[in-house]
Ligand binder design. Structure first.
Ligand code: PT1
Length: 284
């Protein structure tokens, strides 16, 4: 083991903290009506909490709770709908487990309510571009993950185009990091994410993935979310529930290049994969 792996790198998330000296898993907790088969409200919070519990037991250090789907083609929902879906779940998960709760939202009002309910991390696929999101995130004093997306979830996969995808994503993230610092968000609360599948063709995604190390070189913790995504389906010609091996393979490649956080559905498999990968990475 080298010095890197033994030196704690603590990310302060409100009352809690996570250690980024070794790669960690952020478990995905979708709280959308289609993510629970009965579709109704009865038992939704209880089932979400049980799912969170399983992911925590499997080793997730962060639970990412989202009520607004950002999958390709997803329609947007109202503020009230999003609050109704996520706040009680944030509250329950934060009170029952010691893992950091992340709120996956683009809406400043949801960020505020979620942090008040116990969330300690903001995951924004729009990188705080919504009106007043920068100010709200600065005020809440929790870490923020800034993600790149071209277009919006409903239409982003229609005709993604870049002159140079790596340079375009880098330039965007540099500008958003600068905007955060200017708004008073300190560097030690900023994370970045190239946004796999968000307005990107398969070639764009693969090319970005191959060069992830270039983002790591900035010294800002890198979050990678590829779990079960269509880039895996396109390479393997497999449906969404048969992409676990492809997802763990990409998790390894991300960690190999220095990613700090892997956002994943299959926490146990992802934990084994990244721990093995990191052990080899840190070998003499
Ligand atoms: C992500 C991410 C996210 N992905 C962060 N947050 C989603 N920070 C939600 C597909 O191509 O990568 N990073 N929050 C889920 N979004 C997608 C996008 C799901 C594309 C599936 C696809 O299949």
């Amino acid at each position: 083991m080298n010095i890197d792996s033994n030196t704690p790198r603590l990310l302060s998330c409100g009352e809690r903290e996570v250690d980024l000296s070794e790669p960690i898993v952020m478990g995905i907790l979708n709280v959308t009506p289609d993510s629970f088969s009965d579709g109704g409200r009865f038992g939704t919070v209880e089932r979400a909490v049980r799912h969170a519990e399983q992911m925590v037991e499997e080793g997730a250090a962060i639970i990412d709770i989202g009520g607004q789907s950002t999958r390709p083609g997803a329609a947007s929902i109202t503020l009230q709908e999003e609050l109704d879906r996520v706040i009680s779940v944030v509250e329950a998960v934060a009170s029952e487990f010691s893992a950091v709760v992340s709120i996956d939202t683009t809406k400043p009002a949801v960020m505020k309510e979620a942090v008040a309910a116990g969330a300690g991390f903001i995951n924004d696929v729009r990188a705080l571009q919504e009106a007043s999101a920068l100010e709200v995130a600065a005020e809440l004093q929790v870490p923020v993950c800034l993600m790149h997306m071209q277009g919006n979830p409903r239409t982003m996969q229609k005709t993604p185009h870049y002159d140079d995808v790596l340079q375009d994503v880098k330039t965007f993230l540099e500008l958003r990091v600068a905007a955060c610092r200017a708004a008073g968000i300190p560097s030690n609360r900023i994370l970045i994410d190239p946004g796999f599948g968000f307005g990107k063709t398969l070639d764009h995604n693969l090319s970005l993935f191959k060069h992830l190390n270039e983002f790591v070189d900035w010294g800002i913790p890198l979050l990678v979310g590829v779990s079960r995504k269509s880039m895996i389906g396109l390479v393997l010609d497999k449906e969404v529930d048969a992409r676990i091996f492809g997802s763990t393979a990409l998790a390894c490649l991300a960690v190999w290049q220095g990613a700090a956080i892997i956002r994943a559905h299959d926490v146990a498999a992802t934990m084994d994969a990244i721990r093995i990968c990191n052990a080899v990475r840190n070998a003499q």
